[in-house]
Design a protein around this ligand. Structure first.
Ligand code: NAD
Ligand code: TYD
Length: 353
């Protein structure tokens, strides 16, 4: 396979590239990333010289560039990670989320359609080159929020609540339409919250680890009783490769490891592991439109594709904390001036109230 990995300098994309190098090194990986604040090539410095790996700085919305890349590298598969991914930022500035997550995905789909269709000019033809596939990396957040009971299945209606999840849900619908109308060979995966190495410290787990290491207050939104279903990023990577190889065309696959935790319990676990006291916990104003609970029903991927997660949460969180402790330089570099500005904007007001 010649796999176009978009957003490969981000958290999950860089972990996916590393995982593929270890588990399926026979494939070529073409990493296309715009290097926004969230993209960091230092996450891949051990891989940059590898044969069969190439990095190109480009915007997935740049159709001319995407055309060029498909042609030059004879792309046979796309794994589309590229996105604006942080809910709090989507509340601050929704527009870039709609632009990148929806129109970026559409630009990639159009390019893939042009290169993969055997008769691209024939609008009635649904024939594609053998074996090609587009994999849209989506999220459980497209389903909206759950009450105390139940889990999201692949047939749960989409009901996104944040600009981020609305943009991801829209992209899912565009993908669905390209499958139905044009026969585009594709899958959509919807994963629960990921954690692990190389995650930007704006998301819950790395932010809490970092603040805890620094002895800074830990900003818990609302009552801290919101529930997320956590999966180690490595398990997400193995699931994506499984779907890439075996997913039935046109199908959606939920990905999750049955690991629901309340935010406050995770914060306390991090404090305990790092030997800090609970006085660092600071309850701040809740996120607007905050989804109360997510939980994934993973029956479809575990039974039809035989995928299973390998990490327990305790093992994963312990390793993740150790990784942040052992990689102060990576952390220092991502915590640049831009991060400080964001942190000020986000939290000064909250702490002040
Ligand atoms: P991330 O923010 O760490 O990385 C996103 C990457 O996309 C960055 O490297 C950024 O530079 C790049 N990018 C942004 N706009 C781009 C553009 N226009 N063109 C090219 N590259 C661009 O995000 P992540 O946490 O690694 O998430 C990756 C994908 O997985 C996203 O699509 C997200 O919706 C999805 N997802 C994330 C989670 C999670 O818990 N993090 C869970 C489920 C699904
Ligand atoms: P986050 O990592 O932003 O992921 P998502 O909102 O996509 O699930 O947040 C995870 C949970 O942690 C969510 O319920 C919001 C909460 N949270 C805090 O309580 N404090 C924080 O500083 C952050 C970033 C998140």
């Amino acid at each position: 396979m010649n796999i176009l990995v978009t957003g490969g300098a981000g958290f999950i994309g860089s972990n996916f590239i590393r995982w593929m190098k270890q588990h399926a090194p026979e494939h070529k990986l073409i990493n296309v990333d715009l290097l926004t604040y969230a993209g960091n090539l230092e996450s891949l410095c051990d891989i940059e010289q590898d044969e069969g790996y190439v990095f190109i700085r480009a915007d997935i919305r740049d159709r001319a560039k995407m055309n060029e890349i498909f042609q030059l590298y004879d792309i046979t598969h796309v794994v589309n990670f590229a996105a604006e991914s942080h809910v709090d930022r989507s509340i601050e500035d929704p527009e870039v989320f709609l632009n990148t997550n929806i129109l970026g995905t559409q630009a990639l789909l159009d390019t893939a359609k042009k290169y993969w269709k055997t008769a691209p000019e024939d609008k009635y033809s649904r024939d594609y080159r053998a074996g090609v596939k587009f994999l849209q990396v989506s999220t459980d957040e497209v389903y909206g929020a759950l009450g105390k009971e139940g889990k999201f299945t692949e047939t749960t209606p989409l009901s996104p609540n944040s600009p981020y999840s609305a943009a991801k849900a829209s992209a899912d619908l565009v993908c669905r339409a390209y499958y139905e109308t044009f026969g585009m060979p594709l899958n959509i995966t919807r994963c629960s919250n990921n954690y692990g190495p190389y995650q930007f410290p704006e998301k819950l787990i790395p932010l809490m680890i970092h603040n805890c290491m620094e002895g800074k207050p830990l900003p818990v939104y609302g009552d801290g009783m919101q529930i997320r279903d956590w999966l180690h990023v490595t398990d997400h990577c193995s699931a994506i490769y499984t779907v890439l190889l075996q997913g039935q065309l046109g199908e959606v696959y939920n990905i999750g490891g049955n690991n629901e935790r309340a935010n406050i319990d995770i914060v306390k676990l991090i404090l305990r592991t790092l030997g800090r006291g609970e006085e660092l916990i600071t309850y701040v104003k809740d996120r607007p439109g905050h989804d109360r609970r997510y939980a994934i029903d993973n029956t479809k991927i575990t039974t039809t594709l035989d995928w299973t997660p390998s990490y327990t949460f305790e093992q994963g969180i312990f390793e993740t904390i150790a990784w942040y402790q052992e990689n102060p330089i990576w952390l220092e570099h991502v915590l640049s001036g831009a991060y400080e500005d964001y942190y000020e904007r986000m939290y000064t007001q909250s702490f002040g109230e």
